[in-house]
Design a binder for this molecule. Structure first.
Ligand SMILES: [Zn+2]
Ligand SMILES: [Zn+2]
Length: 252
């Protein structure tokens, strides 16, 4: 499996980092996690077909994680675009109401015309198959907005966890337990750490406590850009630490 960073940035997107979005490649298929602004563009740059998407997992409904959903739905309706027969959106309790609000705002432009579209509150665990690769996704509540989720993906005999946005909490440690790759948000420097977000030191401690093998730091606000966040995380964690960039690919 391969983890593709579609956006390593945040709400404050100054480039070259764009807001949150990721894809896990299984064979020639992709499971997508979050679709913040510019994710339709980044998918194209990464060779990921929005037409073929079947499952998108949302961690929470902040615009830097969901804004391009409307662009993806509109793109799938365009004449000449042939889509997968279903698209399932998984996420927090409020996700179905969010889809309804998009329908209220955009009407038939985002109604699925030629395929089945569903938004589901994530049931805690989901299983499926992508290009012949069985996958299992599980979730835990994390410490960010009410209902925010982190995810754990298991496929090809490997496991990874993606924090979405979170502060330190038991949920993120449980998701990262013994994973091959922990993908953790690293919003702010340790001295400016706030509730509901992580910092390099917090990320390192979570990875160590959970026994993760590798750590990928992402979701960097500008204040973190000037820092060697990997070195700061390594003070707490002696596994490999990577810093995400847009369109980076990590073999898991
Ligand atoms: Zn965010
Ligand atoms: Zn957020």
């Amino acid at each position: 499996m391969e983890w593709i960073v579609l956006g390593s940035g945040t709400a404050v997107s100054r480039g070259p980092r764009s807001p949150a979005g990721y894809a896990a490649r299984l064979g020639s298929a992709h499971l997508v996690f979050d679709t913040g602004p510019a994710k339709l563009l980044r998918m194209g740059e990464a060779g990921i077909s929005f037409e073929r998407l079947t499952d998108i997992f949302y961690t929470h409904l902040h615009p830097d994680h969901v804004a391009d959903l409307v662009a993806i739905l509109f793109a799938r309706n365009n004449p000449g675009v042939e889509c997968s027969e279903r698209l399932t959106l998984w996420g927090p309790e409020a996700l179905p109401a969010h889809l309804e609000s998009l329908r209220a705002a955009h009407g038939r432009w985002v109604e699925a015309r030629h395929y089945r579209l569903e938004a589901l509150a994530f049931p805690g665990e989901a299983r499926g198959e992508a290009d012949g690769h069985p996958w299992r996704v599980s979730s835990r509540p994390v410490a960010h907005t009410p209902g925010a989720l982190g995810y754990r993906l298991e496929a090809d005999g490997r496991a990874l966890a993606y924090s979405g946005d979170t502060g330190p909490c038991p949920g993120i440690v449980a998701l990262c337990r013994d994973v091959d790759l922990a993908v953790l948000e690293c919003s702010f420097p340790d001295e400016e750490a706030v509730e509901g977000h992580l910092s390099p030191g917090r990320c390192g401690r979570i990875a160590r406590e959970a026994g993760a093998r590798r750590l990928l730091l992402t979701h960097l606000y500008p204040a973190c850009e000037a820092l060697d966040v990997a070195a700061l995380a390594r003070r707490e964690f002696d596994g490999e630490v990577l810093v995400a960039g847009d369109l980076m690919r990590v073999a898991v």
